[in-house]
Design a protein around this ligand. Structure first.
Ligand SMILES: Nc1ncnc2c1ncn2[C@@H]1O[C@H](COP(=O)(O)OP(=O)(O)OP(=O)(O)O)[C@@H](O)[C@H]1O
Ligand code: SF4
Ligand SMILES: [Mg+2]
Length: 385
């Protein structure tokens, strides 16, 4: 499945004709990136002289694969650990446990020169383009810098390549002489993308690259990213809060909650047939352009705030907010469940209580929940207690 080009906020179904590009990935090639059981913990400062040092688990055992030339969309509420996954992948922070591979190379313990060499293959674009563009230099200097560092290109070759990169991101050549404060938000993000592409990476890690842009500019930047992917075969980890943003650019979508992936699979399946209540709750917040469909869809409200990652709830981490929580949810971590549609979800509802067996969780109404959060397990067919 290849993602659909569209304007943001207008959901469109994926079509069967979109399959060609994704399947063109050479089967023998190692994936662009792979995380296996990656954990990142931070030891916090003591709150008082004799207080305990708390451990904050930002990422609690994440495994994912990004295929060459494809996009993995990563979504979740603020604080769910998305940026930490991005920083781990770029090896900007050290993992506490697990394995990180870029293009088949294990980078988990690489340092110094060896790490810099592999980093050519993975570049990052931030929400704030000023993170990578020097406000005191013209764009051509910022965009050309990776060519000097990674490629050791001379001045003339660099100028030519910067010209090509500006053209690739649809910026006129004159923009090379401008300073960041002379550009609009969308132009800045395109310039930051040109800089990230300069080293010729296999993977771009895009951390909320369009969140600060208005809706029409978001669509322009996303369409540009799709064009670049088709042209260059570069893979993306695309991070966003909003499922409607990632759907149109993603081949796969991963949904994160409190440091863990709760659902991961083909983008259209995750979007159309959410198998986890948290995904369904995120989707409930996305406006649907068709008013009839909007009315017919089960709304799963997301109540309360995400709990503290220093004390994640036992069992399923989502149980304190889930309208379908059962007794088993408070006690046991849900194991992975693979739906017939190829989505992996972590929710007891598929094998306990209503036994959804891979059916979308939107088939349930919150009022039909087998048990209420904090109450006794009393649901029909709930065999967990
Ligand atoms: N250096 C750090 N030291 C301590 N805690 C950290 C550090 N970096 C991140 N955290 C914590 O880890 C958790 C995950 O943070 P992260 O930035 O990955 O979330 P996020 O999903 O990207 O959120 P947002 O959508 O707001 O960007 C948060 O609770 C955050 O406070
Ligand atoms: S039903 Fe249980 S396992 Fe599934 S998301 Fe809700 S609390 Fe978690
Ligand atoms: Mg973030």
């Amino acid at each position: 499945m290849n993602p659909v080009r569209t304007t943001i906020g207008t959901a469109q179904p994926a079509t069967g004709t979109d399959t060609a590009a994704a399947t063109a990935t050479p089967a023998a090639a190692a994936p662009a990136a792979r995380l296996v059981n990656v954990v990142k913990e931070y030891r916090l400062r003591r709150s008082s002289l004799f207080g305990r040092r708390e451990v904050l688990q930002a990422v609690g055992g994440v495994s994912l694969t990004i295929a060459r030339g494809e996009t993995l969309g990563l979504v979740g509420e603020s604080g769910s650990g998305k940026s930490t996954v991005a920083r781990l992948l770029m090896r900007l922070v050290e993992p506490t446990a697990g394995t990180i591979e870029i293009c088949g190379t294990d980078v988990t313990n690489l340092r110094g020169r060896a790490l810099r060499q592999v980093r050519r293959n993975a570049q990052m674009v931030f929400q704030d383009p000023y993170s990578s563009l020097d406000p005191l230099s013209p764009l051509k200097e910022s965009i050309g810098e990776p060519l000097r560092i990674h490629r050791r290109m001379g001045r003339r070759a660099r100028a030519d390549r910067v010209g090509e990169l500006l053209a690739q991101v649809n910026l006129r050549q004159q923009y090379g002489d401008r300073y960041p404060n002379e550009l609009s938000g969308g132009q800045l993000q395109r310039a930051a993308t040109a800089r990230a592409l300069a080293a010729g990476p296999e993977l771009l890690v895009l951390d909320e690259p369009v969140s600060a842009l208005d809706v029409s500019t978001q669509a322009q930047v996303i369409n540009l990213l799709q064009d670049l992917q088709e042209e260059l075969g570069v893979a993306y980890l695309f991070i966003a809060h909003d499922l409607s943003v990632v759907r149109h650019i993603s081949h796969q979508i991963a949904v994160m909650y409190l440091g863990r992936i709760v659902e991961i699979g083909p983008a259209d399946q995750v979007y159309e047939r959410p198998a986890h209540p948290y995904t369904a709750a995120l989707l409930s917040a996305v406006p649907v352009p068709d008013p009839v469909r909007q009315r017919s869809q089960t709304k799963i409200p997301l109540r309360g705030d995400i709990p503290s990652p220093t004390q994640p709830p036992a069992g399923c981490r989502f149980h304190t907010r889930c309208p379908f929580a059962m007794e088993i949810c408070r006690e046991q971590d849900p194991p992975p469940y693979r739906t017939p549609a190829g989505v992996t979800t972590y929710c007891h509802l598929h094998e306990h209580g209503p036994r959804l067996a891979g059916a979308p969780v939107t088939a349930l109404r919150p009022a039909e929940a087998p048990a209420h959060v904090g109450g006794k397990a009393a649901g029909k067919g709930d065999d967990a207690a």
